[in-house]
Design a protein around this ligand. Structure first.
Ligand code: SMO
Length: 766
């Protein structure tokens, strides 16, 4: 069954709903009469709670309940939030200090939840929260993520959560010893706030001893398990739903304290309870992204071939281990440590530190953008220091197309790739040759133009297994139940399109069902660019099973031997009969015959291996040295995503991903004052990229079909972010190099760029 050639740029069916304002997000789905929760948060970054008195708040108008950690523990909740840990390089375990649902004795960041008020109206809840007496004795604040400083957790006396390493230390050391040239660079990867359009929200109600919990997330089953465990109820008694989601980006993949408290409050009160974060609250309490500094070293032989690579990162985890905080800048970073280059002597070390800041966790790409950012910034620096053209340096070190499958130094099996072909296409599409002319034209006007290249690779992550169920309804429509979760990416369109391609069932007759733990028993959710590949794989296996199940039935109807029946061009056919039923026809007959077993088909399937999206991003920026302003003027992407179901939606994913990486590079920055107060907790102070900041992004596909799955797909959800940070930053560094700037770190806001230029004015020019 080879029908993947049907790649069509179908527009998104769900956009009608979203663009007309008829999307139904979490807060739109709260039951009438639900009470409102408001969270009292710490206003200091570090301190001992010496008094927490909620008695006045409990007496306020409209207040039904006020909860502190003490109340949760008295009710028997398991209040310790879980986190995945890594091992230290000496074999010991990483630090695992408790992260309680609400603060216990101490607060460790501004925005940490301390108590929750449940009242009739949001205003009453907020007023009552202000009536809570919370007295905190300040402690010294630690913001700089290096060892030492005031101790945040006794479990980590140096504030070091982990000291993790991977690779071949001895071989890498030997490579550096024998190197003709070594290039080193320190690189900052700035903290960002995720800023989903829809802030985090949830509501909970209990009926007949069952919890019905609705939230904005990326997976219903993970939170189902967590709520069951924390609240001490059987799994079967927890029902989780996710309605429309206004952006997840990894930030919404994780559990948060509010979810447990709202579920518990609804149980205590016997009334539905709802909570929605406001914007500044989100900026204080949502998991942040990135926030690490790295030293990268590349060892070269005399011909410009890399013979060794070493990275040492210092990672700011924030105040607590978030759910995936530890693995991201360690294990996930290491997956693509050496990118697309043929180097085996590699070593990385990552130290994670606690600070009095909001916890840091997954942000679109989760470790892969960070790794590629370090590598591709270092490659550009190496090209300069070695006097080799940056495009040529990459070509020279690429894993050649005839070397696949390729075992990477960090244990990944890259299935296929043709990096040189993709890069050549990028040179043509970006008019690389014309750059020198454009640069001279700008120079004549006193402007600095720079070009930046990033060649990225990423691996799809998450559970390689996924399930699908197809159900035929009486009205002739079909439902497909999926275990992945759209956060706005267009899954409804793509999954219907794929099932239609495989079966001939018209796409507009197919309804995609997602995000309901009562309707779908198991699933992997969305994250790590896994959705389309795992979900279509499960669909493919389900369709095969469905056709096999229908074949004997249809053969019987046709009066032919089942061996002679083929499913082709959307119909069952056999020689010796004029009957050629479609699947919908066959389902209708089966229903009439009472063959209910033929009306539902389901299967789970596990991807045989991971696939590796890769591609080239080329950015051109213009810097005005008078003002420090940076304009991204041209942006070209050539991606190898393997086979595409819907090139239009893949392009949309790239546009969104590039906008996020570009935002981090030129506008977004989290600033703390010396007391640990976030100075950028509103859109007045935190600059998201706007339409005028983002140029038209030219997207091209240069597919080398993956051999790791039957669809030949590679995944595309995070790739735009992975490639864009280094492309934009390399372009800015290229522009500023002409003015003597030798250390250019994101974000390239006008003020920072102007400062870089001012401080470079005495530096020798090249
Ligand atoms: S940052 Mo993602 O949801 O793997």
């Amino acid at each position: 069954m080879q029908k993947f050639g049907k790649s069509q740029p179908v527009t998104r069916v769900e956009d009608v709903r979203f663009l007309l304002g008829s999307g139904r997000y979490v807060d739109d789905t709260a039951p009438a009469g639900a009470l409102h929760a408001h969270v009292l948060r710490s206003q200091v970054a570090h301190g001992e709670i010496v008094d927490l008195d909620v008695s006045a708040a409990r007496e306020m108008d409209g207040v039904h309940l006020v909860l502190t950690l003490h109340d949760l523990e008295a009710a028997g909740l398991d209040v310790a939030m879980d986190a995945t840990l890594v091992s230290n390089r000496d074999g010991s375990e990483a630090a695992a200090p408790e992260r309680p649902i609400l603060a216990r004795d101490r607060v460790r960041f501004v925005g940490e939840p301390v108590a929750v008020v449940i009242a009739d109206t949001p205003e009453q809840a907020r007023d009552a929260a202000e009536a809570i007496l919370l007295q905190i004795d300040d402690l010294p604040v630690k913001l700089d993520p290096v060892a030492g400083g005031p101790v945040i957790h006794v479990e980590a006396p140096e504030n070091r959560a982990f000291d993790w390493a991977m690779g071949d230390d001895a071989a890498t050391e030997a490579a550096f010893k024998s190197a003709a040239r070594v290039v080193a660079l320190d690189i900052e990867d700035n903290r960002i706030i995720v800023n989903a359009m829809e802030p985090r929200a949830c509501h909970a109600s209990w009926e007949d001893g069952r919890l019905h919990f609705v939230f904005g997330g990326q997976n219903v089953w993970g939170i189902k398990d967590r709520l069951a465990r924390a609240l001490g109820v059987e799994r079967e008694r927890v029902h989780v739903r996710i309605p429309d989601v206004g952006g997840g980006f990894g930030m919404k993949a994780m559990a948060y304290p509010e979810y447990y408290v709202v579920a518990h409050a609804a149980r205590v009160l016997g009334t539905p309870v709802r909570w929605i974060s406001d914007r500044s609250e989100a900026m204080l309490s949502d998991n942040a992204g990135r926030d690490l500094t790295s030293r990268a070293e590349l060892a070269f032989d005399e011909s410009g071939h890399i013979i060794g690579y070493r990275v040492h990162s210092r990672v700011n985890l924030g105040a607590y281990n978030s759910q995936m905080g530890q693995p991201i800048q360690t294990q996930l970073f290491s997956r693509v440590l050496m990118g697309c280059y043929d180097v085996q002597a590699v070593w990385m070390r990552a130290e994670g530190f606690y600070t009095n800041t909001t916890q840091v966790d997954a942000y679109r790409g989760a470790g892969r953008p960070e790794a590629i950012y370090v590598l591709e910034r270092a490659m550009d620096r190496a090209a300069r220091e070695l006097g080799i053209d940056p495009w040529e340096l990459r070509r020279r070190n690429f894993i050649p197309a005839d070397r696949f499958p390729y075992q990477s130094a960090t244990g990944e099996t890259y299935d296929v790739g043709d990096f040189r072909k993709v890069l050549d296409r990028a040179a043509a599409e970006a008019d690389h040759e014309g750059f020198a002319t454009r640069r001279s034209a700008d120079a004549a006007r006193g402007l600095l133009r720079g070009q930046g290249l990033c060649y990225y690779i990423e691996s799809i992550l998450g559970d390689p297994a996924e399930g699908a169920k197809v159900e035929f309804h009486e009205d002739g429509s079909v439902s497909i139940y999926v275990g992945t979760q759209s956060n706005g990416q267009g899954h409804e369109t793509v999954y219907a399109q794929f099932l239609s391609d495989q079966t001939g069932i018209p796409a507009d007759m197919i309804h995609v069902v997602q995000g309901d733990s009562d309707l779908i028993a198991q699933g992997g959710g969305t994250g790590g660019s896994r959705s389309v590949t795992t979900q279509t794989h499960a669909t493919l296996v389900t369709v095969d099973k469905m056709i096999a199940a229908f074949t004997p039935y249809v053969a019987d109807k046709m009066g032919v031997d089942p061996e002679t029946v083929n499913f082709e061009d959307a119909t069952f056919r056999a020689t010796g009969t004029n009957l050629a039923p479609t699947l919908l026809d066959a389902a209708e007959m089966a229903r009439a015959d009472g063959r209910v077993d033929l009306l539902q088909h389901e299967a789970r399937a596990t991807l045989p291996a991971r696939s590796f999206p890769n591609g080239a991003h080329v950015a051109e920026v213009v810097v005005d040295p008078e003002t420090g302003s940076v304009k991204v003027e041209r942006y070209t992407v050539v991606d190898d995503f393997g086979n595409l179901i819907n090139p239009l939606l893949a392009e949309g994913q790239v546009h969104g991903g590039v906008a996020q990486g570009l935002g981090q590079a030129i506008t977004e920055r989290v600033v703390f004052d010396e007391d640990g107060q976030i100075l950028t907790a509103s859109f007045m102070d935190y600059a998201m990229p706007r339409a005028a900041d983002v140029p038209m992004i030219a997207f091209h596909s240069e597919p080398v079909p993956s051999t790791a799955n039957p669809m030949g797909m590679k995944g595309c959800g995070e790739a735009g972010t992975v490639g864009s940070m280094a492309a934009v930053a390399n372009a800015v560094q290229d522009a500023l190099w002409q003015a003597g700037v030798r250390q250019a770190d994101m974000p390239f806001t006008p003020n920072r760029v102007w400062d870089m230029l001012r401080h470079a004015s005495d530096a020798p020019r090249q």
